[in-house]
Design a protein around this ligand. Sequence first.
Ligand code: UDP
Length: 375
Amino acid sequence: MNKNVAIIGAGFSGAVIANQLAKAGYQVEVFESRSHVAGNCHSERDKETDVMVHVYGPHIFHTDNERVWAFVNEFGKFNSYTNRVKAITNGRVYTLPINLLTINQFFGKTFRPAEAQEFLASLGDKTIENPLTFEDQALRFVGRELYEAFFKTYTVKQWGLEPTQLPASILKRLPVRFNYDDNYFSHKYQGMPADGYTSIVEKMLDVPGVTVHLNTVFDPALKGDYAHVFYSGPIDAWFNHQEGRLPYRTLDFEVLRETGDYQGNAVINYCDNAQPYTRITEHKHFSPWEKHEGTVCYVEYSRQCTEKDIPYYPIRLANDKVQLERYLQLAQNETNVTFVGRLGTYRYLDMDVTIGEALDAAEKFLACASENSPM
Ligand code: UDP
């Protein structure tokens, strides 16, 4: 029986599957086009300041999934970290996600929780019964003023589209709270890997039976050499873009190096048009247990991804899914290939969901293999 498996991409999806299959006795070859593992979660120490930097933008690990949390903790220590995001709009600083302090400061009130809830309900557009777009979701639940101050312009900067064209699911990532909890996430577990994400992924791949080929683009024509292929690259690239290019957003970072503390927080969002960038990340605040004299900040700009760029965010439109459906159909018909991860399935996935799905994909493959049936 052929026990050779190819995995395309050494991000979390690829590394988790490689780890699980190698432990089950498979020979796993991982093909990674970049010069490092960990995909867009890659972190490394800044050469000038020694600060651990999230090279492709801020990544905060958060999950409710016990299995995923236990799994990632096998590969390195996670220090406790709570993401608290600040937002600047119309020349003032607020806390996100929208919470009681944001509401009280924004409207100059001293509401208690139930009063704020009632007030926001009175601002919401109740004629929108079933919000399908980002804009409708915002107008329904927070009303026009908060929408325009915090979401509308940021979203145009981030996605290059009007919020009327984007699905409500993007805004549903963010909670609205009627208490003073300004933790950006609502999950039970949240943390930052003490030695960075790349160290975690390296340890996942450091298993007998796994060979990693960096700087190597896999040729789909070679898939017949393997019992199975797991593909975590862009789904349209696997099919040579035969249905046209799916749209992605990419990010550019302007790097600032200073001494001391530049902005006093890891992430500050710029929600209005006073600046062309979406947010500034000061990486040393992700590792408050370390002390560094220098500091390094990434000023983040979002733009349309071209052929030469690294894809970050798949752009799922509220109303246009025809091209994507064609690719998903092609993927379903492809034999001996499983499409995984954010780019392989063209979804806006958090790290924990990616890891959970990769564990499931490995489990399913091993179960099918033991029954000798195709996946
Ligand atoms: N968003 C916004 N203003 C903010 C933060 C987020 O309008 O200050 C919107 C924006 O459309 C963004 C989405 O909410 O793409 C999801 O935000 P999240 O912080 O989850 O984005 P990520 O960190 O994944 O880029």
